[in-house]
Design a protein around this ligand. Structure first.
Ligand SMILES: Cc1cc2nc3c(=O)[nH]c(=O)nc-3n(C[C@H](O)[C@H](O)[C@H](O)COP(=O)(O)O)c2cc1C
Ligand SMILES: C=C(O[C@@H]1CC(C(=O)O)=C[C@@H](OP(=O)(O)O)[C@H]1O)C(=O)O
Length: 392
């Protein structure tokens, strides 16, 4: 499976093309729209989300709600494009009027300055901004929704949620507190916040509200948990086949993510080996299993069969309503950076995006390992493999 996305933030459409999804997967636009809504309506977002109604259209690869095995094209319309049609027009030469919203003062913390230097966009840094915007993540969530549907067919369930925002502490992995991922989902699905308990939920909302009043932005930590993952996805034999490494790349590839960890993560460094190594047990029903999951479901770059637990750190987003110091790329004079309207935090939406990225990497690994032409054949192979592993 591979995918690509295309689209500018204020252009007419966002597009994704996915190749390698087996024939025979039941999927509807609504399956995807549910996930898009979780991203779009996350707490702490700005005015743009009041304009958009993120819904997907299938343009290829799906017939009568079933995948054909051919490339799947997904499309989400940018409703805001109406307000930008002249400025984004692909077929009209630049004029004084349609270049009205030029960006000449790069926004610190964005791709503006380096992207401008790299692509020689010295006439207008909007040419960088439009694609570097996290608007593109709407398509990653759409692709992730297809991946989640595929994974559900083999009993893999992936869920992402917010652990903390700003100084509201408490970023210990949550899975241990819950009997099942379904239970965890039941309490965290109610975005805007993780809602693990009413007090923390209220604290997180308060931090976001107060940050907005301060005309500032705030970061935080998200967690993604996947259960039902088969043993042995990824491989130790070559560095680029390690699945934990692929997931780390996929997480840090999301706009504004600055860190990633697995299981106990950075906290493991403060403990002794005897406290954190996941010991091996066996029983008839489960076969081999670990007594704990401090490694977040990976040994040697391969899934152990325990829950995959991934955390990501999201920076406070860079566009503030109190613009930061920058320099005009034309005059080289000091100026306040350009301001676009902005979210207060990306953390809440980022939990949904991180979930999508983990689902995509797990789905890719499953499709690499098993026959991926027909869904039924893939499921037969996965079942036979699970049975073999149980009897090891
Ligand atoms: C869901 C989401 C929404 C975002 N919204 C904004 C925003 O409104 N304003 C902003 O300055 N940055 C926002 N960002 C962050 C920028 O896209 C990001 O910081 C920038 O592209 C530079 O990339 P980097 O932080 O990965 O280096 C958002 C990120 C995500 C994931
Ligand atoms: C459009 C989305 O997020 C955008 C991501 C973003 C950025 O700089 O990354 C900046 C803002 O763009 P705008 O200036 O158009 O409001 C966000 O709204 C979205 O997530 O759908």
């Amino acid at each position: 499976m591979r995918y690509t996305t295309a689209g500018e933030s204020h252009g007419p459409e966002e597009i994704a093309i996915i190749e390698g999804i087996p024939a025979g997967l039941h999927i509807t636009e609504e399956d995807i729209n549910v996930q898009l809504a979780r991203r779009q309506h996350a707490y702490g977002r700005g005015g743009r989300q009041l304009i958009e109604t993120d819904t997907v259209t299938f343009l290829s690869g799906v017939r009568h709600e079933v995948t054909l095995g051919s490339p799947i094209t997904l499309n989400v319309h940018n409703d805001d494009h109406n307000h930008w049609a002249a400025i984004m027009a692909p077929n009209t030469p630049a004029t004084h009027e349609n270049s009205a919203r030029k960006v000449m003062r790069p926004r610190p913390g964005h791709a503006d300055l380096v992207g401008g230097m790299k692509y020689r966009h010295q006439a207008d840094l909007r040419n960088v901004l439009e694609r570097s915007s996290a608007r593109e993540t709407v398509m990653r969530v759409a692709v992730g929704a297809v991946a989640k549907k595929l994974l559900a067919e083999i009993g893999v369930d992936v869920h992402g949620f917010v652990l903390n925002v700003g100084p509201a502490k408490g970023d210990a992995s949550q899975i241990a507190q819950y009997k099942s991922l379904a239970e965890l989902r039941a309490v965290t699905e109610s975005f805007p916040t993780r809602a693990l308990d009413a007090e923390t939920d209220a604290k997180i909302r308060e931090v976001i509200d107060q940050t907005k009043l301060n005309r500032d932005t705030v970061g935080g930590t998200v967690e993604v948990i996947a259960v039902g993952v088969p043993v042995g996805l990824g491989s130790y034999v070559s560095a680029d086949e390690k699945l934990d490494a692929k997931i780390a790349r996929a997480i840090v590839g999301i706009n504004a993510f600055k860190g990633v960890e697995f299981g106990g993560g950075f906290e493991n460094k403060d403990k002794f080996g005897s406290e954190i190594i996941d010991e091996i047990f066996w029983d008839e029903a489960r076969g081999f299993y670990r007594g704990s999951d401090n490694m977040g479901g990976f040994e040697g770059g391969m899934t152990t069969g325990e829950a995959v637990i991934v955390k990501g750190v999201v920076k406070p987003i860079p566009t503030l309503y109190q613009p930061m110091q920058s320099v005009d790329i034309d005059t080289h004079e000091n100026h306040r950076a350009s301001t676009e309207r902005s979210d207060t935090t990306a953390v809440t939406a980022a939990a949904v995006i991180a979930e999508a990225m983990v689902a995509i990497e797990l789905a890719k690994a499953v499709l690499d390992k098993f026959d991926a032409d027909s869904l039924d054949r893939m499921k037969e192979q996965v079942a036979a493999y699970r049975d073999e592993i149980l009897r090891f």
